[in-house]
Design a protein around this ligand. Sequence first.
Ligand code: SF4
Length: 382
Amino acid sequence: MKPIRSKTVLIRRKFLDSWFISRAGMNLYRGCVHDCLYCDGRSETYRVEGDFDRDAVYKENAVDVLARELDPRRRRKPFNPGYVFIGGGVSDSWQPAEKELKLTRRVLELFKIFPYPLLLLTKSSLILRDIDLLTALNAECRVTVAVSLSTVDERLSAILEPVASPPAERLEVVRKAKEAGLGAGVMLLPVVPMITDRPELLDASYTAAGEAGADFVAAGPMTLKQGRQWNHFMAGIEEHFPEAAAAYGKVYGAVPDRWGNPSSSYYEYFGPLVHEIASRHGLPRRIPARLFPDNLSEAERAMVILDQMGGLCRERGLTSTFGWAARSLSRLDVPLESPEGWKNLRMLGGVGSATERIIKEILDTGCSRSYERLLVGGNLSG
Ligand code: SF4
């Protein structure tokens, strides 16, 4: 694996997202030898040059650059990232080269000096090498470990994710992280249409995650963008699952969307199915409020909860204005807990009397009973 030098490492976004509760993250590597068949890091959208799995590179100066970027004395404005997210995107931070390079480990060491909350996502059990360090960091600032799975079926996983750790090893990461006192869960991302989305396979993933002690299981279908990702994926499908190949044109190709989302009719299948299975297992379907990073303001906490509620309603085919209210809250430029913030709340888009009550409950108690019910597959009202 070749080294590169990078001027910046931290990627900052304007808005917190409610899946990863983060507005800052990083790719310490670019490209990934895990070679997952469905990986969307291959897409031209992310501008990774060369062969995605053969020409992966690492940012050899990442520790020095990040030390500057994280240092509060070098900032004019306060830096409030929610979780700093390490993982996903265009690389896995614990891919095999990390064993010798120890780049991710050296980056984690920096968080002893700058104790921001961390959310880590990987498909590799190599992260267990760092469990001592993560346990020490968790004593200073919240650390949550998530493993991503497409299925617990070892045979399918070996085709779809040939170099990643087997699913059982990834679930062992969840178990060990929980034993170490960390937050830990499963991102069932991506569920691959026609291959890992059969009810019995999804059910097996939820069962295994529950047995491992996962705090949450967040599931979503594969995105498939036209271009390199599509070509690579379809070549693999033609080789291993030729009987499924024709269906991808209908699910993704009929009206290709820039982000590669499946068609709305696929969501009509996927949403209720996941809802039914998740409800049966009673596992939170997003990172739950008790694992939110402590650095969120009250408005941000309310915003994330409402956005999660909007997403959960959408998946069940229910209409709601929660997502709209969340976006409005994210633009509120006075503290929500101030009299002016409260007065403005009534005028925000998407905030009717029911949503206002939910926001007030979040301000008073840090959470909402409607949210907690929805999160595990229940109804909005008790
Ligand atoms: S582990 Fe993640 S980044 Fe690496 S190939 Fe698989 S999906 Fe892509």
